[in-house]
Every structure is written in structure tokens, then in C-alpha cells.
Design a protein around this ligand. Structure first.
Ligand SMILES: *Cc1c(COP(=O)(O)O)cnc(C)c1O
Length: 421
């Protein structure tokens, strides 16, 4: 397999963008090779600049649950483009999309459309603080909620891989109000509430952690968060940027039957375009400007092209909810193959991760006990055979409805060959 053109592009890119990329994990830093530059993608396949074909399990880090370039989304976007790319004024489609989202997730009584998951989370927390009049927030070690200042404390994803849990450039005072609890550890949360309960505005959690690799919640953990936040009148925020429309149409809140006060969405909701949303109980969202005094705005928020892509994607999902069982069954097959490599595997729905560790992976500390050198070896082996997974131990594998049975069989065989070699 040749990577000549990718390597050439990288050599140019690295002088133009830090690491040659626009988001750190793309730089392939933790697998010790130059990144692949992508030319195009269709269905389950992605093609690099050297014309190599791969079965893609990155799926743009989650959005592409229907595979790449789904014709219904592409055609809708093409039509929408003829009417102009942005107006900075309300449109009928925003009413349609937010109505669809509320139908799917009734806990989102009111919402705002924004441009990225980072922005959604940042804004949701501001609303929770405005609503409660409190400053402190609780987040979990290893959960990732975007790159806003106050949340870059024991973040997940690339912040984990590059072993810089805290970012330079964030004043200490910005994270003073961020309290860190341990995922799946009720006591760590209880201790924070015992101490600071009356000043905790919100608890934010990935209901299925997927940015330290996939780590599902232990039985009762989310129920516990629901109860303790109710007891202290704190806002419970489910960051469903990955799990929304992924774990099932109604996301983790439907899957586990727990109603959060607020929800953040991203990735799938934009159908592959940059869009995200935050919302929740009406009385909280009515704190947002111009109704209330929590300021939040956006020049391109609710962009008509992104909204069009989101509507098209959600419509396909609404009409084809059978895909959820199908992609989960496919993920299960891959999980079984991964176990043959000796990895500890977490799989829930179409999300999975194989951790090269002897330990059971239930939280941040057990996740980082993984042998990342072995992961890099695994990554390179299967990449060379045409399987594209995240270039980092601490990201999920995403299965899409475009993955065929042949794709899955081929993937499993290559994984088993790695195990047997
Ligand atoms: C990806 C992600 C974000 C950040 O979204 P961006 O669109 O990358 O800013 C926030 N929360 C979770 C759970 C995510 O997976």
C-alpha cells in the first residue's frame, strides 16, 4: 500500500496548520505514522489521496451513521444550495428540525441550534448556571465535552492520547469551578455534593462514555445521577453528542429510560454538516436570550444547508429504525473478533472499543491501563489490509448502516489474522 501523495500533502500541511491538521487526533500522532489525506468516501468506504480503499469505522467520528454520502442527504443539500447558503434569519426548516428533535427526545422541550458540540456544551452549561444562579459544575474524568476552557480538565479523546490532560492557555481561574468525579463511581459524586451541593449548577456526563474508548455506565449509575441532582436542584446534562440518534433513535435517554434536564447533540444531528444543538426543560431554556438573560448567539447558527442535511438524516433514521438492531448485531460480531486478540472489549449498540489490557475497563484509570503500543501495531496491521479505524486507543469504533455483511466478515477475518499471526 502506497501513501506517497498523502505523505507529500502532509509535508506541505505541516507548515500551514499545527500538526498538518485541523483537529489533533487526525495527525496520527499516537500510531507513529503520517496521517492519510482523504479524497472521497461513499457508503462504508473511504478513499485516500493515493486511491487506497478502506472500510471505514471512524465514520467522521460518529456523524456518518448512514455511511458516507447517503443519496437522500446529498440530494437534499444540493437542492438547498440553489436557494443560498446562509441568510442570518429564521427559516421554516429550523422549525421543522427542532420539532422533529423534540418529537424524538421529548425532554428537549426547547432548544437552540449551534455549530459544534463544543458550542452546544458550553452554552448548555451557561444556561444551567444562569438558571440555578450557581457556579460549580461536575464533570467526569475521561469524559470529553469539547474544548471550551472550563472543560479542559481531565478531558478525554486527544487530550488523553497526547498525555496533556490540562491544556496550556487556560487560566487556572477558569477551571476553579469545575469539579471532577470518577465515571461509574457513585461515591466520588456523593462526596462532591456533600461538600459543595448547594453551589453545583449541573452535572454533565456522557451517558455512555465514548472518548476514553467506549465505557458503558454501570447498572444504576445514571439513575443515581438523576436522583442526586434532583435532590440538590442541580441540572443533569446528558452530553449525547455521540449517543444521540446512535444508541437508538432517542439516544441514551431513551435506551436507559432516564430523563435529563438538558441534552447536548452534535455529530449525527447535522447529517455530516457542522451543526449541533442544546436544549431541555422549558423553564431552563427560557433563561436564554432574548427571553432571558443568558447570552448565546451565532452568525451561522441554524444554517439552512446544515439544517437541511440534519432533517434528511433524521428522516432516513425515523423511517428505518430497524437499522439500530442491525448495526448493533454487526458491532457484536466485530467485538467477538476483537476478543480473540486478547483485548478487553466494550460494546453497546453500534459503538465499540477493544482495549489492550488485562483489566476490566470501567473508568478512566482502567482505560489508560491499555497498551497503546500494541494498539498502534494493531492499527497499522489492519490499515495495511484496508480497514480504517481511529488512530487512537481512546476513540470508539463506529458501525454504520452502510457496512455490509461482507464488510463485517472481511473485517473480522483480518482481526482474527492479527490475533493468530
Ligand atoms: C465530539 C464531542 C463533543 C465536541 O463536539 P465538536 O463538534 O467536536 O465540538 C462534545 N461531546 C462529546 C461527547 C463528543 O463526543
Amino acid at each position: 500500500m502506497k501513501h506517497e501523495i498523502s505523505n507529500e500533502l502532509y509535508d506541505r500541511a505541516v507548515n500551514l496548520m499545527p500538526g498538518g491538521v485541523n483537529s489533533p487526533v487526525r495527525a496520527f500522532g499516537s500510531v507513529g505514522m503520517k496521517p492519510l489525506f482523504i479524497d472521497r468516501a461513499k457508503g462504508s468506504k473511504i478513499y485516500d489521496a493515493d486511491e487506497n480503499e478502506y472500510i471505514d469505522y471512524v465514520c467522521s467520528w460518529g456523524p456518518c451513521i448512514l455511511g458516507h454520502a447517503h443519496p437522500k442527504i446529498i440530494n437534499a443539500v444540493k437542492d438547498a444550495c440553489d436557494k443560498g447558503l446562509t441568510y442570518g434569519a429564521p427559516t421554516e426548516k429550523e422549525v421543522l428540525l427542532t420539532g422533529m428533535i423534540r418529537e424524538i427526545m421529548p425532554s428537549m422541550e426547547m432548544m437552540r441550534l449551534v455549530n459544534s458540540g463544543t458550542e452546544a456544551v458550553m452554552s448548555a452549561i451557561r444556561a444551567a448556571r444562569g438558571y440555578t444562579g450557581r457556579d460549580m459544575i461536575v464533570k467526569f474524568k475521561g469524559c470529553y465535552h469539547g474544548h471550551s476552557d472550563g472543560l479542559l480538565v481531565k478531558a478525554g479523546s486527544a487530550a488523553l492520547t497526547s498525555a496533556v490532560p490540562d491544556s496550556d492557555g487556560v487560566p487556572k481561574s477558569y477551571t476553579d469551578n469545575t469539579l471532577i468525579a470518577l465515571y461509574n463511581d457513585e461515591n466520588s459524586v456523593r462526596e462532591l455534593f456533600d461538600k459543595y451541593g448547594d453551589n453545583i449548577a449541573c452535572v454533565i456526563v456522557e451517558p455512555v462514555a465514548a472518548n476514553m474508548g467506549v465505557v458503558p455506565p454501570k447498572k444504576g449509575f445514571l439513575e443515581f445521577l438523576r436522583k442526586i441532582t434532583e435532590k440538590y436542584d442541580s441540572v443533569l446534562i446528558f452530553d449525547e453528542v455521540i449517543t444521540g440518534f446512535r444508541l437508538g433513535l432517542g439516544g441514551a435517554q431513551e435506551y436507559f429510560n432516564i430523563k435529563p434536564d438538558m441534552t447536548t447533540l452534535g455529530k449525527i444531528v447535522g447529517g455530516g454538516m457542522p451543526m449541533a444543538a442544546y436544549g431541555g426543560r422549558k423553564e431552563i431554556m427560557e433563561c436564554v436570550s432574548p427571553v432571558g438573560k443568558v447570552y448565546q448567539a451565532g452568525t451561522l447558527s441554524g444554517n439552512p444547508i446544515a439544517v437541511t442535511a440534519g432533517i434528511a438524516a433524521l428522516n432516513v433514521l425515523i423511517e428505518n429504525t430497524h437499522i439500530y438492531d442491525e448495526i448493533a448485531a454487526k458491532a457484536e460480531k466485530i467485538a467477538d473478533a476483537l476478543r480473540k486478540t486478547g483485548a478487553y472489549v466494550n460494546q453497546i449498540g453500534s459503538l465499540l472499543s477493544g482495549f489492550f489490557t488485562e483489566r476490566e475497563v470501567v473508568d478512566y484509570d482502567s482505560a489508560v491501563s491499555s497498551d497503546t503500543v500494541k494498539y498502534a501495531e494493531f492499527f497499522k496491521y489492519i490499515l495495511e489490509k484496508g480497514i480504517y479505524i481511529a488512530p487512537s486507543q481512546y476513540e470508539a469504533m463506529f458501525v454504520s448502516s452502510a457496512h455490509t455483511d461482507e464488510d463485517i466478515d472481511k473485517t473480522c477475518e483480518i482481526i482474527k489474522n492479527f490475533a493468530a499471526r
